[in-house]
Design a protein around this ligand. Structure first.
Ligand SMILES: Cc1cc2nc3c(=O)[nH]c(=O)nc-3n(C[C@H](O)[C@H](O)[C@H](O)COP(=O)(O)O)c2cc1C
Length: 136
């Protein structure tokens, strides 16, 4: 996604709350833990100022598929971004190697993911986002 958008990619451990100021578009993503994005990401977004001039997208890898209402996965992060008045453009999720709890005993699930197809779909997602910001 970063390559496709020509964007800077940051690890949360090395980004500061002040940095988002210089960007028009922000992407937020992590693995899913207990049906939410990683706590560190949710805490980071919590500390951000209101950003009504910014557009955003969210993404994740998870063991289980994102299903609206039943298994929303992105709900908490999206709610937090809404509080920050960010305009959410779209969201992307794919499977990631999952070794949660008892899955460890059987060697985990989705070991080869994200795979080539996931990466291609992530690329297409980024192209769609790019078009959206070009035409806005
Ligand atoms: C402690 C733990 C909790 C998890 N909880 C969920 C969950 O609630 N739903 C889900 O679909 N996947 C869950 N997973 C699977 C992760 O979302 C998946 O492995 C993801 O690809 C991890 O990404 P990361 O390695 O980049 O952090 C969990 C994994 C772990 C280790």
């Amino acid at each position: 996604m970063g390559e496709e958008l020509g964007a800077k990619v940051y690890d949360l451990a090395s980004v500061s709350i002040e940095d988002p100021g210089e960007f028009d578009l922000l992407g937020f993503g992590s693995g899913i833990y207990y049906r939410k994005h990683h706590r560190a990401l949710l805490d980071f977004v919590n500390e951000l100022p209101e950003m009504s001039d910014k557009k955003a997208f969210v993404f994740s890898t998870s063991g289980f598929r994102k299903v609206p209402l039943l298994n929303p996965l992105h709900k908490h992060l999206k709610e937090k971004l809404k509080e920050k008045k960010v305009e959410l453009l779209d969201e992307f999720s794919c499977r990631g190697y999952d070794t949660y709890g008892p899955l460890k005993l059987i060697g985990g699930m989705w070991e080869s993911h994200p795979d080539e197809l996931d990466l291609e779909q992530a690329k297409q997602f980024a192209q769609k986002i790019k078009k959206q910001i070009e035409y806005s």
